[in-house]
Every structure is written in structure tokens, then in C-alpha cells.
Design a protein around this ligand. Structure first.
Ligand SMILES: Nc1nc2c(ncn2[C@@H]2O[C@H](COP(=O)(O)OP(=O)(O)OP(=O)(O)O)[C@@H](O)[C@H]2O)c(=O)[nH]1
Length: 329
């Protein structure tokens, strides 16, 4: 249960810029060749990069220092030095980097996004830049500037506000795609979703919450069958759970109990979370069937019906999620 590292502090040193060259051209037939010193290369940056396959900062737990490469010095013949090697830190979506004063440097919002957390130094200018009417052969070139250096704290704020729980094909990915900008892979067979997807759901008045689609759990998942176990970890941190039972289930209430039981076997504390029951794919049902299904549920645990395809019930679902999240705060 303590597998989540949501806070790591790493000393980051970007690379020093390479020095400019003060070289003077000397060739056989040009005794007084002019300055031809190239510029130094920039120092390497320390860059955090979003990776949607990372879910924790755990891989960074033993990292204490990161150091990017030094820029190469400029050479003769106006040769610019190579830039220092950048260092990439792969982080999950939602990771925030802060400097030593606690100021936010940036936040990773999508896969592949790059944010420079410590910038490499500038390469120095070579002597040819300093040639002037009064000084045709400057013997001066700039040194490179130092790279930025200091402690950077990486924080993973929330894994999700609401986690979707349901058997494969319950319609979790489709719901997430319908309510957020995330576009998870959707396919009509089990276990399409191999890694959880996060989506930001925009709610009224510019509020938003994070929804996580967790790969389908199957009966026996808590014993390690199927994909369940590894992924159940991801819902431990979600504030509330949204159970999805598809309209075409044989026994809706029973399916909910099976899901609940899987969670209990895995970690009983999960059941202390607020949860919402829903019946997905409601477009497959007429009003009579809805009434019939609702009857299977106890009086105080009636499900919300929605269809991610037609949009029916989606606003009511968002309202309910928001209402419960507000209660959690
Ligand atoms: N009629 C109807 N079909 C839906 C709806 N939502 C999803 N489906 C279909 O149900 C199938 C499974 O949907 P997914 O969203 O991939 O289900 P999932 O729960 O994410 O499944 P896994 O990724 O396997 O965990 C797809 O063929 C969808 O087109 C809906 O609201 N109405």
C-alpha cells in the first residue's frame, strides 16, 4: 500500500556552456589571418518529460543527482562546439516540478511534453564576433556561462479524483473519451486498455476533475489472475470510485457485488471510499427495462443510467461525481 512515491527531491545540474575559441587563422600564404574561433556549444538541459506509461515517481526514488553534459568548446575554422547532452527525467502525467523556493517550474499535462527544469549555460562567443575596425585580431573569446543548478522537487498531485471500476468491456474507455479530452484506445474485446488512462473532465464554471480508466478487473483478479492485481494499485489513491455495470449484464446487482468483492480481497480499505453505481450503455435499454434493472438494487443504492454513445445521463453523472468530490474535500 505504500508503493506510491509522490514526492522526490533531486539535485539537478545543467551543463556548463562551452567556451568560445580565440583562435587566429594561420595559413602559409596568409601570415596575418583573422580570428576564426567558433562559439562554444550550449550546456545540456535537465528536462522532465511526460510519459503516460509511468504512474508513480517510484523509479526516481534513489536518484539524488542529475548532471547534464558540458557544451564543447568552439574550435578553429569557426567550428561551433557541440551542445552538451540533455538529461531527461520521465515522469507521469500530473507531475509538478518546483524549485528551491517552492515556485512551480511547470506541470506535465500530456505524454511527450517536455519542460526544462534546469537550463544549460550559454556557449561563449568565439573571437570572430569581436572583430572591429580598431581590432582586427581580437585575442579574446567569451567563456561559456554556468548551467543552472539546484534542488528540484517533483510532485505527483493526484492520481485521479474518480476511478472507473468495471469488468472489461463495461464501457470505461468510451466514457472517458466522451467526457474528457483523453482519447483512449477503444475496442470491442476484453483488455483493450492495458495501462490506465487519465482524462481531465471539464465541469461547470471552469472546475475540473481527473477521471482514471483502470483496465478491467476480472473475477479472481485479487489472486493475481488476469491483469487485475497490478492495476488495482492505481485506484487506491482515487478519491471516489465509479462502478460501471453494462446494460447488457445478466445480473447487474450481482455484477456489482462481484466487483466489490474483488476490491475487498485486494484491499478492504478501498471499500471505505465513496462510490457511485452506474449502468452504462443505457441506450440499449427502454424505460421499462431501466425500471426493472433499478429494482435489482437496494433502495439507497440506485444506479445512475448513462450512455457514453448518446450522451444520455452524462451531465447527471458529472453532477453526481462533483457532488461527491465536494463532500470529500
Ligand atoms: N451501445 C453502447 N455501446 C457502448 C457504450 N459504451 C461503450 N460501448 C461499447 O462497448 C465496448 C467496450 O467499450 P470500452 O469502452 O472499450 O470498455 P472498457 O470498459 O474500457 O473495456 P476494457 O478496455 O477492456 O477494460 C465497445 O465496443 C464500445 O463501443 C454505450 O454507451 N452504448
Amino acid at each position: 500500500m505504500n508503493n506510491f512515491v509522490d514526492h522526490v527531491k533531486i539535485h539537478c545540474a545543467a551543463g556548463h556552456g562551452g567556451a568560445g575559441s580565440a583562435h587566429l587563422r594561420r595559413e602559409k600564404y596568409i601570415p596575418k589571418g583573422g580570428p576564426d574561433g567558433g562559439d562554444g556549444g550550449r550546456g545540456g538541459n535537465i528536462i522532465m518529460k511526460g510519459n503516460s506509461h509511468e504512474w508513480t515517481l517510484l523509479p526516481l526514488r534513489y536518484t539524488r543527482h542529475l548532471k547534464a553534459g558540458r557544451g564543447e568548446n568552439g574550435g578553429k575554422n569557426q567550428l561551433t562546439g557541440a551542445a552538451g547532452q540533455d538529461v531527461f527525467i520521465e515522469v507521469p502525467i500530473g507531475t509538478i516540478a518546483k524549485d528551491e523556493e517552492g515556485e512551480i517550474i511547470g506541470e506535465i499535462l500530456e505524454h511527450g511534453q517536455e519542460i526544462v527544469v534546469k537550463k544549460g549555460g550559454l556557449g561563449g562567443l568565439g573571437n570572430e564576433h569581436f572583430k572591429s575596425a580598431t581590432n582586427q585580431t581580437p585575442r579574446y573569446a567569451q567563456p561559456g556561462t554556468p548551467g543552472e543548478e539546484g534542488y528540484v522537487t517533483f510532485e505527483l498531485k493526484v492520481l485521479a479524483d474518480v476511478g472507473l471500476v468495471g469488468f472489461p468491456n463495461a464501457g470505461k474507455s468510451t466514457l472517458l473519451a466522451a467526457v474528457s479530452a483523453a482519447k483512449p484506445k477503444i475496442a470491442d474485446y476484453a483488455f483493450t486498455t492495458l495501462t490506465p488512462n487519465l482524462g481531465i473532465v471539464n465541469y461547470r464554471n471552469y472546475r475540473s476533475f481527473v477521471m482514471a480508466d483502470i483496465p478491467g478487473i476480472i473475477e479472481g483478479a485479487a489472486e493475481g489472475k488476469g491483469l487485475g492485481h497490478r492495476f488495482l494499485r492505481h485506484i487506491e489513491r482515487n478519491s471516489i470510485l465509479l462502478f460501471l455495470i453494462p446494460a447488457d449484464s445478466d445480473n447487474h446487482w450481482n455484477e456489482f457485488k462481484i466487483l466489490e468483492n474483488e476490491l475487498r480481497k485486494y484491499n478492504p480499505e478501498l471499500l471505505d471510499k465513496e462510490f457511485i453505481l452506474s449502468v452504462s450503455k443505457a441506450d440499449l435499454l427502454d424505460d421499462d427495462l431501466k425500471i426493472e434493472i433499478a429494482r435489482e438494487f437496494p433502495e439507497n443504492q440506485k444506479p445512475l443510467f448513462f450512455s457514453a454513445v448518446t450522451g444520455e445521463g452524462i451531465e447527471a453523472l458529472k453532477d453526481e461525481v462533483w457532488r461527491r468530490l465536494s463532500m470529500e474535500i
